[in-house]
Design a protein around this ligand. Structure first.
Ligand SMILES: Nc1ncnc2c1ncn2[C@@H]1O[C@H](COP(=O)(O)OP(=O)(O)OP(=O)(O)O)[C@@H](O)[C@H]1O
Length: 458
């Protein structure tokens, strides 16, 4: 029987995928790594690669695998799982990945994505899995497949620009795809705080009742950068009640932070302990291979065609932050288009000379300010430096002017140059506008505080 199962294994997995509408990413993460190991009486023993998700795979896929084996081979059996490195394993050839994966396209209502505040680019398919993030990825996928059931809350932590937000959005998209009626909301803790301030003041006709209605009635609440509610007592209090309301109703909560709960100073104890009720996973800096794979993915997505030596140059020199890795690639492509030059290692050196410093010391530059502000407002650095005059861009641009002056001390004319050739009176106007708004507007004050921490994390 073992031989027959091995022979039919690919077919069994594919049948399971198709009949139970398993997505490509779940298939690749949970099912492809499974191998049939032994048959004892009527029990089929299957290996899984890691111990961490043994329980999850057993619960989620054990029964499905059993019935699919019965369908394909006619062999009535039970299925059990063991961890690969805990057995004296006999070599089983791995299935050829790509031939087994078939694309399934499910369309999701665009307005559901917008209402949930999800970035269409941040999906599991565009997330590169490496040794630095595989646990966080697997945990996110498990939560996306079974929201509110297994790991609640899911707490993802890690340094700046390492993919926490990307994973959170991926969970949201995945759930919406499976259940288009799910009520999902992604917010940053900054937005949560600012809306709470508005609600308390009844600003824009947003009352405390509406605030509660908005946050406590979700099936899934994703709250990013929770470290920014630290020290804000009324926000912590409100978040505590939001958390309890959702948790008691078995709704899924996903939280991200730059540190694990136990290291977040001045986090109220009752919140800390709640954050630890579920599963806490971290994301580390990517290793060289993962950096290469991320650059390749980005290249493919943007339709670039870049020499391997250039990709290697970037992956070798930019190590700690994926946002910077992507920024470096964009900068090289922009420089090559601007100067109409071929992309070579020399051009890459020229483009990245300000980013790659010999002692790897991170300097605060106007470019960094532009990048962080653009990311924060969900626009691009090109928008900030463009001639566009719509409100969604003008205000972040004025914030850049203010922060360049305040944090970097950049001369007015230089700021103008960085921002697409604006004259110094425009820059003075922008700086004055933000300086005066900060005094009147607590939400803006909060936003500026957060941006400063993102630009200069120490
Ligand atoms: N594993 C990955 N594969 C592909 N892209 C990635 C990966 N990790 C991060 N990125 C990309 O890097 C950029 C930064 O990631 P993200 O915003 O998710 O970081 P973060 O950890 O939330 O940062 P912050 O702490 O500043 O909020 C995004 O454009 C994201 O798509």
């Amino acid at each position: 029987m073992l031989e027959k199962l091995k022979e039919k294994w690919d077919e069994i997995l594919l049948n399971l995928k198709e009949e139970h509408e398993i997505t490509d990413v779940s298939f690749k993460t949970w099912l492809l790594p499974l191998k049939v190991y032994a048959v004892e009486d009527e029990k089929v023993i299957v290996t899984v690669p890691d111990v961490e998700f043994l329980g999850y795979i057993r619960k989620k896929y054990g029964f499905l695998l059993k019935i699919t084996i019965e369908e394909v081979t006619g062999f009535e059996c039970t299925v059990d799982f063991v961890v690969e490195n805990q057995i004296q394993k006999e070599a089983v050839p791995a299935p050829a990945e790509n031939t087994l994966i078939k694309n399934t396209v499910n369309s999701v209502n665009q307005s559901a994505i917008i209402n949930a505040n999800l970035n269409p680019k941040y999906i599991f398919d565009t997330f590169v899995v490496g040794a630095n993030n595989n646990l966080a990825h697997a945990a996110s996928l498990a939560v996306a497949e079974s929201p509110g059931e297994i790991y609640n809350p899911l707490f993802i932590y890690g340094g700046v620009g390492l993919g926490k937000t990307h994973l959170m959005h991926s969970i949201g998209h995945f759930i919406l795809k499976n259940n288009p009626n799910a009520k999902i909301l992604y917010v940053t803790s900054e937005k949560f705080t600012n809306e709470l301030i508005d609600a308390i003041r009844n600003k824009n006709n947003f009352s405390p009742t509406e605030f509660r209605e908005k946050y406590r009635t979700n099936d899934v609440l994703l709250i990013d950068d929770i470290q920014f509610i630290i020290g804000k007592e009324s926000t912590q209090e409100e978040f505590f009640h939001t958390f309890n309301a959702l948790y008691e109703a078995k709704k899924q909560i996903i939280i991200s932070s730059d540190k694990p709960p136990k290291e977040i100073e001045t986090l109220e104890e009752r919140l800390r302990s709640r954050f630890e009720w579920g599963l806490t996973v971290d994301i580390q800096s990517p290793d060289y291979e993962t950096r290469m794979a991320i650059l390749r993915k980005k290249e493919e997505m943007e339709g670039y065609n870049i020499d391997n030596e250039v990709i290697k140059y970037i992956a070798t020199n930019i190590k700690s932050n994926i946002r910077e890795l992507e920024g470096a690639l964009t900068k090289i492509v922009a420089l090559s288009r601007l100067d109409n030059k071929e992309i070579t290692v020399e051009l890459a050196e020229e483009a990245l000379k300000d980013i790659i410093s010999p002692n790897d010391k991170k300097e605060i530059t106007p470019e960094l300010v532009i990048q962080v502000v653009a990311d924060h407002f969900g626009i691009t650095p090109l928008d900030i430096c463009s001639q566009k005059r719509n409100k969604e861009i003008v205000y972040p641009r004025q914030i850049v002017m203010f922060l360049c002056r305040d944090m970097v001390g950049t001369p007015l004319q230089m700021i103008g140059k960085y921002l697409g050739g604006r004259d110094h009176t425009t820059i003075i106007h922008g700086i004055d506008k933000i300086t005066s708004d900060i005094n009147k507007n607590e939400s803006l004050n909060n936003t500026i505080e957060i941006l400063k921490k993102k630009i200069n994390p120490q």
